[in-house]
Ligand binder design. Structure first.
Ligand code: 5RP
Length: 271
């Protein structure tokens, strides 16, 4: 465990060194255990942060920012038209194309909206998260749903090919469903096969027999009435989205992984 923590810290330090603008004005801060090392690395830079505002992605994230002596500003308090310089966040799994699964820690909606408001979304993780395809080591897609629609969404997910999706409970199931920062529920939906774009090029059919291409699956789940957001971060990267006239994308431009040997492996989005 100590090695994993050291790996997360090394990845965070490299990511911050490479992507944190010294004159940053707006910075998105994700959720989870790895982001703690990102904030630590920002503080260690020793730059003047008095004019910088940090946009948290939930309760834990806000506590982290404030606890570090940084100034938090809520997403819905950002001045109109604000584009974040950069957003950092962890992930549960990252594939060859930098598509991510997120939401293992019950945060995904605010994480996605903050990532998509940033010029650059940077992912920081340890080597366990580094896979060629999603749903290799991490077994399910977290989905945030309106409580009253949870059973309807469960059934629709089964129709899409999810095997035994469940409503996530608290550690003690007697305490009932796990609530998100929006007071919504989470459904954890396993899917047997997550195809890559190269699988599609090779002729595999997305949407058949429980086999889904990442983007297709994300869109199909999002179409289910009752779903607030899906824990698949895919599609455009920030620079692609802004070139297309938007703000930012939900797929990171780069992902940093702390490796067991102490090195840091970087994957960058090719397109
Ligand atoms: O999406 C998230 C929270 O829902 C986290 O970014 C993800 O679960 C990674 O967490 P950690 O850094 O603790 O491994």
């Amino acid at each position: 465990m100590a090695d994993v923590e050291a790996a997360k810290r090394a990845a965070a330090q490299t990511a911050v060194a490479n992507h944190y603008p010294k004159d940053a004005r707006w910075v998105g801060i994700g959720s989870g255990s790895t982001i703690v090392y990102v904030v630590e690395a920002i503080k260690a830079l020793g730059v003047d942060t008095s004019a910088t505002r940090y946009v948290p992605t939930g309760y834990q994230s806000r506590q982290l920012v404030v606890g570090a002596g940084l100034t938090a500003v809520e997403f819905d308090a950002l001045p109109a038209g604000t584009v974040l310089d950069v957003a950092f966040d962890g992930a549960d799994e990252v594939d060859d194309d930098l598509n991510c699964i997120k939401g293992g820690g019950a945060c995904l909606f605010q994480e996605k909206i903050v990532a998509m408001q940033a010029k650059e979304f940077i992912c920081v993780a340890d080597s366990r998260k580094l896979q060629s395809r999603l749903l290799t080591n991490w077994k399910y897609v977290p989905i945030e749903v309106a409580p009253m629609a949870a059973y309807r969404v469960l059934n629709k997910l089964k129709e899409l090919g999810s095997v035994d999706p469940i409503i996530r409970t608290n550690l003690d199931p007697k305490e009932g469903p796990r609530k998100t920062d929006q007071d919504f529920f989470l459904i954890d939906a396993p899917f047997p096969i997550m195809l890559t774009q190269s699988d599609i090029v090779a002729g595999k059919v997305s949407g058949k027999d429980g086999a889904w291409e990442v983007n297709d699956l994300s869109k199909k789940i999002k179409e289910i009435v009752g779903v607030l957001e899906v824990g698949i971060f895919s599609g455009l990267t920030g620079p692609q989205a802004s070139a297309a006239g938007g703000i930012g994308g939900q797929r990171p431009v780069a992902a940093y992984f702390g490796m067991p040997d102490g090195s840091v492996s970087v994957r960058k989005a090719s397109s």
